[in-house]
Design a protein around this ligand. Structure first.
Ligand code: CAA
Ligand code: NAD
Length: 285
């Protein structure tokens, strides 16, 4: 990668991709944002504009900085337009198969020195890297939701990730004002290895009638000072994302403690994916 990153690509314009794109823009980068769903791309562009407007109205950005940031946003339906990017960050659906297909495509399109990063919550970076001819330049760059607000980026090196790729990715995360932690490449890394079993346990508590959803969430909010209760947080993350992560933990680490709660499975089967879609454990409509 060039000494100084000037342009990034972000693939996937959902909650995470749009937040990562916003971070790039306000930190002076050109951002090429793409999504396979044109409506999702339009929603991402709108939400980035309104977030940047909020930053201007709160005095965190000047009018000139805000409008320059928006001018650096290039929404595109063609991945080919990312061929000049120094780093391409993938933030699409949490599926190894779908991500691998994308990595094959990105490997073909990206310029030779470019880094291919994945925002995956749980999937093996080594296996994603094996879909490319540049495994030394593939890395996990795991932002927390919402990316503009949360202070952490978890970096995961695959077996073949080079020191140069690691240092450039760390520098990019630090440019975004984030604290970096490093995890070995095991299912769920650090944060979700610990967070998701807690969320899953909250579903078991609800499923087995220990308490109401409100009391479970209030218990963890007031009892342990979490900003959100685990069920509310699951809705915020996306129940589909939580279930995919639990399945990766279960298949990667084994053992009964990672078996997804049947109630979580049922919500996803019913299409209740959480806050992003209006209905999850709670009703946001
Ligand atoms: N984008 C940009 N800014 C946002 C935002 C978003 N989506 N959501 C909130 N903000 C900003 C607000 O503008 C506000 O900024 P100011 O203080 O400058 O005014 C600030 O964040 C606080 O927001 P609110 O006052 O609206 O709401 P809040 O105080 O309730 O905080 C929250 C919202 C930050 C989301 C807080 O509830 C929280 O920290 N929740 C827990 C989030 C969490 O645990 N995230 C990690 C999930 S796990 C993960 O991400 C990994 C994975 O792989 C699943
Ligand atoms: P999301 O459902 O909000 O958005 C995913 C987007 O990817 C959608 O807009 C979808 O149209 C698009 N997409 C799907 N397949 C695609 C493809 N092949 N090419 C281009 N676009 C495609 O999901 P999200 O919550 O933003 O999660 C995205 C990634 O980030 C996942 O890997 C997830 O595990 C990870 N992650 C999520 C969170 C969270 O709290 N939600 C936190 C950290 C990391």
């Amino acid at each position: 990668m060039a000494a100084e990153c000037e342009a990034i690509g972000v693939v996937g314009g959902g909650q995470m991709g749009s937040g990562i794109a916003q971070l790039g823009l306000v930190h002076g980068l050109h951002v090429y944002l793409s999504d396979s769903d044109p409506e999702a791309l339009a929603r991402a562009s709108k939400s980035i504009s309104s977030s940047i407007q909020r930053l201007i109205s709160k005095g965190n950005l000047s009018e000139a900085e805000g409008s320059a940031a928006l001018q650096r946003l290039h929404c595109t339906s063609s991945l080919e337009e990312m061929n000049g990017c120094d780093v391409i960050i993938e933030a699409i659906v949490e599926s190894e198969e779908v991500k691998k297909k994308l990595f094959v495509e990105l490997d073909r399109i990206a310029k030779a020195p470019a880094i291919l990063a994945s925002n995956t919550s749980s999937i093996s970076i080594t296996r994603l890297a094996s879909a490319t001819k540049r495994p030394a330049q593939v890395i996990g760059m795991h932002f927390m939701n919402p990316p503009p607000v949360m202070k952490l980026v978890e970096i995961i090196r695959g077996v073949n990730t080079s020191d140069e790729t690691f240092l450039a990715t760390k520098a990019l995360a630090e440019r975004f004002g984030k604290t970096v932690i490093c995890s070995q490449d095991y299912s769920g890394f650090i944060v979700n290895r610990i967070l998701m079993p807690m969320i899953n346990e909250a579903f078991y508590a609800l499923f087995t009638g220990v308490a109401t959803k409100e009391d479970i969430d209030t218990g963890m909010k007031l009892g342990t000072n979490h900003p959100m209760g685990p069920l509310e947080l699951a809705d915020f993350i996306g129940l589909d994302v939580c279930l995919s992560i639990m399945r990766v933990l279960h298949s990667g680490l084994g053992g009964s403690k990672y078996v997804p709660c049947p109630l979580l499975v049922q919500y996803v089967d019913a299409g209740q994916l959480g806050r992003k879609q209006g209905l999850g454990v709670y009703d946001y409509r």
